[in-house]
Design a binder for this molecule. Structure first.
Ligand SMILES: Cc1cc2nc3c(=O)[nH]c(=O)nc-3n(C[C@H](O)[C@H](O)[C@H](O)COP(=O)(O)O)c2cc1C
Length: 261
């Protein structure tokens, strides 16, 4: 029987710069979906793509919880993101540094303790796998939405999904066929986010110009965008991130992922 030799180098999937730009330009975060059930083959493909993500130390430090039925509705409520319920598929994307310890225990070794490292590489792995899944879904004609709103009901979600120690939700991720006209949202000027060799703060003038460039992302029908105001509501004194900080610290402790005193 003839045997086909394995490829000596990775197979290419080269596209033109124009094709690559066009693909990423077509990305939109979408929050309204058609009532369309994802065919099994598509679901299988996006889950396959998730698991093909590169991973720290070979360990695959993530678990996804697929939401259906009442649990899906409840997570939509707890996150205050109703589109979790209406999307064809919704997942809670979790850091999971528990399974790696079970694996080494089963092999007769003693698991170590490294909560800060667990959070660092676990979140990284979870995001890489989740974004692989979203990109695969976009290749299949879907759009989706990452949902940091899990922080709005973090402890309740951990309880509802029965997440054990060393498993922590990072965000939810919805995927569906778009039912909305979504604007192409701006990004910061490249010079502020890509540094050459050493980090540079933007000057006040550059930051003000960047804010003007970003203002449309905060626009609402009939109302001009004010991006600084939006950022302040998240990251300013008394903003939602300060509230989330308190809840996250509690859950990090409960999940045995707290590295502080
Ligand atoms: C980690 C993360 C958390 C997010 N959380 C939410 C959320 O809770 N609710 C929501 O509607 N959109 C959420 N988004 C979507 C962002 O608002 C969106 O990506 C951003 O406005 C840029 O828009 P674009 O993806 O269409 O370019 C989140 C995105 C990320 C990456």
């Amino acid at each position: 029987m003839t045997q086909i030799a394995p490829p000596t180098s990775p197979p290419t999937r080269q596209q033109t710069p124009e094709q690559v730009r066009a693909f990423f330009d077509a990305h939109r975060t979408v929050r309204q979906y058609q009532p369309y059930a994802m065919p099994a083959e598509h679901l299988d493909t996006i889950l396959y793509a998730a698991q093909r993500a590169p991973t720290d130390a070979t360990a695959q430090l993530y678990s996804f919880v697929r939401l259906t039925g009442e649990t899906k509705a409840k997570v939509a409520e707890l996150t205050t993101n109703a589109h979790i319920a209406s999307a064809a598929e919704s997942f809670v994307i979790c850091l999971d540094t528990r399974r790696v310890r079970k694996l080494i225990e089963v092999a007769g070794y003693t698991p170590g303790e490294s909560p800060a490292i667990d959070v660092h590489f676990g979140i990284g792995d979870a995001v890489l796998a989740g974004q692989n899944m979203l990109t695969a879904a976009e290749m299949l004609g879907y759009q989706g939405c990452w949902i940091g709103g899990v922080m709005n009901g973090l402890a309740e979600i951990v309880g509802l999904l029965k997440l054990p120690e060393m498993v922590l939700p990072f965000a939810a991720l919805t995927i569906g066929r778009s039912a909305e006209e979504t604007p192409h949202r701006p990004r910061l000027p490249r010079a502020l986010v890509i540094h050459e060799n050493t980090y540079q703060d933007g000057t006040p003038g550059e930051l003000a110009a960047a804010t003007a460039q970003m203002n449309p992302i905060a626009a609402r029908p009939g109302k001009d965008g004010d991006w600084a105001r939006l950022l302040n509501a998240y990251f300013g004194v008394g903003g939602s991130m300060e509230k989330r900080e308190v809840a996250l610290r509690e859950v990090l402790k409960a999940q045995n992922l707290w590295a502080g005193e």
